[in-house]
Design a protein around this ligand. Structure first.
Ligand code: 3PG
Length: 213
């Protein structure tokens, strides 16, 4: 997959809804009801972080949920990329960028939403041919103000800010011309998931899917 193809798919993923829920799931039994609740609430793009032993099985299970678009987050190594692809992830998200990680995604045909934190890193992604990336950790790196400033010299780069995004500050990001969507864990927080509160998660998803800048 070329960087241009990867960027086009990343752009499609980011265009599905204003928010990509970031999911940390411990129990594979939660995968299907959680994905169904999020899709029903209007959030089809789902980022399952590879931070739990169950994550790959969760991706496998969620991949069968109609209307969903399941991706793998917290990709750190080429091995993570290959395992995520094999489990059925349709896109990948990483907190940062390395040459090996980007190459592995291109080889595995896994569209990458790679994390950048600075203008220099965003320039590095543009040099590689990518025009969509994640901005991480968004709030700690200056938040919407920083991204607004990035748009001056780099108007061609688009972002999915993640890390510290809340229902309160999401609109500040979504109103920027260089922001396609935001990522956040508040929609399916661990306490709601572990308590099986699917209707509350669906309601949070519905509210998030209606967010506009
Ligand atoms: C993460 O890596 O956990 C994501 O960036 C989500 O961050 P959040 O919990 O601040 O939404």
């Amino acid at each position: 997959m070329t960087p241009e193809e990867a960027s086009a798919t990343a752009r499609e993923v980011c265009g599905l809804a204003p928010v990509i829920p970031v999911l940390v799931i411990e129990d594979v039994a939660h995968a299907v009801p959680l994905a169904e609740a999020l899709v029903a609430g209007g959030l089809p793009a789902l980022e399952v972080t590879l931070r739990t032993p169950a994550a790959l099985d969760v991706i496998r299970a969620m991949a069968s949920v109609e209307g969903g678009m399941v991706g793998a987050g917290t990709l750190l190594t080429p091995e993570d990329v290959r395992a995520a692809k094999e489990a059925g992830a349709r896109f990948g998200v990483s907190p940062g960028i390395t040459d090996r990680l980007v190459a592995a995604c291109e080889e595995a045909d896994l569209p990458l939403l790679g994390g950048v934190a600075t203008v220099g890193e965003a320039m590095g992604m543009l040099e590689r041919g990518y025009n969509v990336c994640k901005f991480f950790p968004a709030e700690a790196n200056g938040g919407a103000k920083a991204l607004k400033a990035f748009a001056g010299p780099l108007p061609q780069m688009n972002f999915c800010p993640t890390g510290g995004v809340t229902p309160e500050n999401a609109k500040d990001y979504l109103s920027l011309p260089n922001v396609l969507c935001v990522g956040g864990s508040w929609i399916a927080s661990s306490d709601l998931v572990n308590a099986g509160k699917w209707s509350e998660i669906e309601e949070r998803a519905r509210v998030a899917s209606g967010l506009k800048g």
